[in-house]
Design a protein around this ligand. Sequence first.
Ligand code: NAD
Length: 321
Amino acid sequence: MKVYITRRIPESGIKLLREAGHEVAVSDKDGVLTKQELVGALKEHNPDAVIPLLTDTIDAEVFDSAPQAKVFASYSVGFNHINLDDAKSRGVIITNTPGVLTDTVAEYAVSMICAMTKRIVEGDQFTKKGEYKGWAPMLLLGADLKGKTLGVLGAGRIGSRVSEIMSKGFDMNIVYYDIKENEFLNTQVNAEFRSTPEDVLKEADVVTVHVPLLDSTRHLLNADRLAMMKPSAYLVNTSRGPVIDEQALVDVLKSNKIKGAALDVYEDEPNLAPGLAELDNVILTPHIASATQETREKMSEMAAKNVIAVLSGGEPINKVE
Ligand code: NAD
């Protein structure tokens, strides 16, 4: 059967699809397909399955341009780019790639926490610019992590792993907010549950965000909640941009109401809120938290396995409901 992939992904999954006897077509555009291009490509290929990316908006118009497609197997764990109601009403199965990127994204969030509190990016720029004139007692002072409090918003797979690393590896205290308590964190990591995001924000020295983008989490960090953070606190976001009101974040960073932020995701990617890139107290990276060779290959294989399962009449491994 025919599988259409909306952008080049690692070969490992494509190989699995071909070995299973499927015909695979991959968009040859070096970039994100526009809505019109995506619809046009689907009409042209009439695929039985589609592997889209988080940069593709998948809605009624897209589903209707691929009427044969039984499954859209997203090459991402987040699925906020897919209209699940439109999929359900057409009987189209949606799958994602949970788990395989958990450690990778958690390691990235931890790296951002370290880079920010130890001022590694500033130090790199300072040194490369030739500004380093010799050791100095007050040069680029950062902050310690041991004994401080990490506030975790969203304690699912990634949030739990970040908590575990920062508790066991860095001796941080962990407080977390989620819509449900996490037994593993309560019993194995000595983390404490807080019933509101406000409690976490007031208490934490570093806040790390790991909720999915849903109606209930859009602007979870709005101006009012950002104002509750300590002036000495740092904020890390590797989840989805719209979870934070980015312009409000620029305002609190500009007026030094918090110490710093490290962001991998943005509200209107790839655009940045006005003023964000000019700030010294932010680290900005281009949505690469899961971008390791190993993980991207596993994501490719997982998306392919979901397609193969559905096309052979079986149950997908990672169905999104
Ligand atoms: P997960 O589903 O395991 O965890 C999400 C947690 O958020 C769950 O525990 C859930 O109960 C909680 N949650 C849901 N709604 C909430 C709310 N309103 N308030 C508080 N908590 C709420 O997902 P995961 O695998 O840990 O991934 C988390 C998110 O990270 C993904 O949805 C994705 O958007 C993002 N992500 C980003 C990258 C990147 O490249 N930057 C990579 C992978 C994942």
